[in-house]
Ligand binder design. Sequence first.
Ligand code: KIV
Length: 275
Amino acid sequence: MKHTVVTIQKAKEQGEKLAMLTAYDYSMAKLIDEAGIDMVLVGDSLGMVMLGYEDTLSVTMEDMIHHTAAVSRGIKNAFLVADMPFLSYQTSVYDAVCNAGRLIKEGRAEAVKLEGGSAFAEHIRAITNASIPVVAHLGLTPQSFHSLGGFKVQGKSEQAAKKLIEDAKAVEEAGAVALVLECVPAKLAELVTKKLHIPTIGIGAGAGCDGQVLVYQDMLAMFGDFKPKFVKRFGEVGAVMKEAFQTYSQEVKAGVFPAAEHTFQIDDDVIEKLY
Ligand code: KIV
């Protein structure tokens, strides 16, 4: 079944959980889509897991369009969301609409995601008015880690929790079709989920959200030694890959690979004429 804004909204109404994963290229997107994942996010986390930056701030519109277009070619059924990178929407409502439009036109995304609450309600409304679905993102918003003072759980004090609830209502009211909640206490995320009509997708926000999202390199143990508390490793794929690369190297060096079955043949009399 092809997922759309309508099916993800219906999932919330029917109490069915949504599974979302990140993807950044064609072959991984195809695997994820074939596995039946409901939503795929081309996250600006690509800056870290694909491009080797320390954070997401250096990711450009060109990076996002390039990777989103590749992912879109691998997807048949999942609902495809692309992140708006740092300073592609914060600068003005006009920039927000133009850059969201590029992710849809050039990247073939079906929705865009942006970080921020009531301060970006106008941006969300304008993008939505341009017929582009918007997924909002609250809690730990990595593009703001300098102003947040680092990568920390958000919404723990009464004041911060109230602000998060207000922001969640503001983005829904502005037209967001879903809300990502990152690194928020589980009980607060559950309360936000109950207060909203749109689905919430949690990452480090507990089981009370309408869905979950993970970065695929994290859940496959393919990226770094640090494992955030909210990540569950569903496969030790990084170790399996490393072992396969080592075996390949050993076989090449030992002359074991390629074997006869990996090799193309030519008639001996043709070869003899070449000497
Ligand atoms: O960039 C990203 O991958 C994200 C998810 C962690 C939600 O925003």
